[in-house]
Write a protein that binds this ligand. Sequence first.
Ligand SMILES: [Fe+2]
Length: 86
Amino acid sequence: MDRMLLASIIECRGAERFKLIADAAEDREIKSFYKKLWISEAKHGHIFVKFALNYWPEEDVYARLETLNEAEGEICEKLTWRPALH
Ligand SMILES: [Fe+2]
């Protein structure tokens, strides 16, 4: 379950970052390109949670996802900002 949920978190973080770029881009083609990547990454994030829901009860999956998201948030707060996808 952890591998699936960690993959979901990674994909969702990618989606967030691509959205930031899409929102900031002034060039229409660049904006469109990053918007497509953002949408694609968001779908990947959902797919991994759906995979997990095939194997474990919903309440267990979402409880674990919340725990992992909180841990990821604590880790990210300590990181130096840098231009990176993951
Ligand atoms: Fe992806």
